[in-house]
Design a protein around this ligand. Structure first.
Ligand SMILES: [Zn+2]
Length: 96
């Protein structure tokens, strides 16, 4: 649990300074990209009591611009609901 707390503090500190993608966060904090979403969910919950907010620019489709806004989870979408081509633009996060 202590390791988790440390990682989350590092992520919060980074996101207070700049906007980052899950890939950026995984590289800066040295955790797998797939673990970033889970940390962000917990961070998002804990921020409320500090009067801060996790601002999310959602994953989007680079072909049609579709934004994956309604996802409850913060991990990378697996497929496109709107079109089958193109690439997913990574989500980015910032704490304000
Ligand atoms: Zn699309």
């Amino acid at each position: 649990m202590e390791a988790f707390q440390t990682v989350r503090k590092q992520i919060i500190s980074l996101l207070c300074d700049e906007e980052l993608t899950p890939l950026d966060i995984s590289q800066l904090v040295h955790i797998p990209e797939k673990d970033v979403a889970d940390h962000l969910v917990h961070i998002n919950r804990s921020l409320g009591s500090q009067g801060k907010k996790l601002q999310i620019e959602p994953y989007s489709c680079m072909s049609c611009g579709y934004k994956f806004k309604k996802r409850d989870r913060l991990d990378r979408p697996g497929r496109y609901p709107q079109c089958k081509s193109g690439h997913i633009r990574l989500a980015s996060y910032r704490i304000l």
